[in-house]
Write a protein that binds this ligand. Structure first.
Ligand code: ADP
Ligand code: MG
Length: 257
């Protein structure tokens, strides 16, 4: 008889009533207003909304770089107050690697600098994840030798090598050409099939949200508020009428008031 794991139904990440603001002496910009959502272990959870709705700000707050002015963010039940190696970020920009270090060194450095692993263990773990993203041949190359897509793969390998509780991805493919972008989306799903990591993925593309997500949170324009939470479709149904229907549904919810 299968026994329920204690706490299996407890969310890994809990975002409750989170309002995020940028304040200066001159002005206050409210980026999100009372946002609620839960992410469970091994979910591919997508934040979807138009540019400026506060997606990056939410991710930064979950990363611990910004404190909510209202509400709480909890990871494994503990309130997030600062950055930590349990939450790794992958950004849109191609310049997130250290240019003077090789691919191998970039990945290993994250492990050693955070104290997660050292010496041969760090090297082996870095090599393992570099291989997983298909870059074994480029382990000794420097970032300037790599294409944008390859740099993003290194950033993903670095994030995964840390084996964080949640991988935070902020439009990681938005600056790639359409074909590379599609290939990277498929690779991410394959990596997920292998290791079932938990990922919180930000995008403004409805199509990308449906491809990547198991669940999708729709945010309204500035300030971002939760419009709806939807289940996506299984990857096997991509390219079928189910995808087109879901796209239309999301489109209507985002743009019809
Ligand atoms: P998204 O990632 O969804 O495009 P952001 O989280 O980057 O949105 O921004 C949300 C809102 O907060 C926008 O109105 C943006 O102009 C504002 N904003 C973002 N960063 C700052 C900042 N450092 N100072 C002031 N306002 C900011
Ligand atoms: Mg953004």
């Amino acid at each position: 008889m299968a026994l329920a794991t204690p706490g299996a139904d407890v969310p890994l990440l809990q975002v409750q009533g989170v309002t995020l603001q940028y304040k200066t002496s001159e002005y206050v910009v409210t980026a999100t207003h009372r946002v609620d959502f839960d992410v469970y272990s091994s979910e591919r959870y997508v934040l979807l909304g138009p540019s400026g709705c506060g997606k990056s700000t939410l991710l930064k707050a979950i990363g611990g770089y910004l404190s909510p002015s209202e509400g709480t963010i909890r990871l494994k039940g503990r309130e997030v107050r600062e950055p930590g190696p349990d939450r790794m970020m992958v950004f849109q920009e191609f310049d997130q690697l250290l240019p003077w270090k090789t691919v191998q060194e970039n990945v290993a450095f994250a492990l050693t600098a955070s104290g997660k692993a050292s010496g041969a263990e760090a090297r082996d773990r870095a090599a393992h994840y570099i291989e997983k993203v298909g870059l074994a041949k480029f382990a000794d190359s420097h970032p300037h030798m790599l294409s944008g897509g390859m740099k993003q793969r290194v950033a993903i390998a670095r994030g995964m090598a840390m084996e964080p509780d949640v991988l935070l991805m902020d439009e990681p493919y938005a600056a790639l050409d359409a074909l590379t972008r599609r290939r990277m989306q498929e690779e991410l799903l394959q990596l997920w099939d292998d290791t079932r990591f938990t990922v919180l993925f930000v995008t403004h593309s409805i199509e990308e949200a449906i491809r990547i997500g198991t669940r999708i949170l729709l945010l309204s324009p500035h300030p971002g508020q939760v419009k709806a939470e939807l289940n996506s479709i299984p990857p096997a149904e991509l390219g079928t009428a189910a995808q087109a229907e879901l796209e239309t549904r999301i489109n209507d919810m985002l743009f019809v008031h």
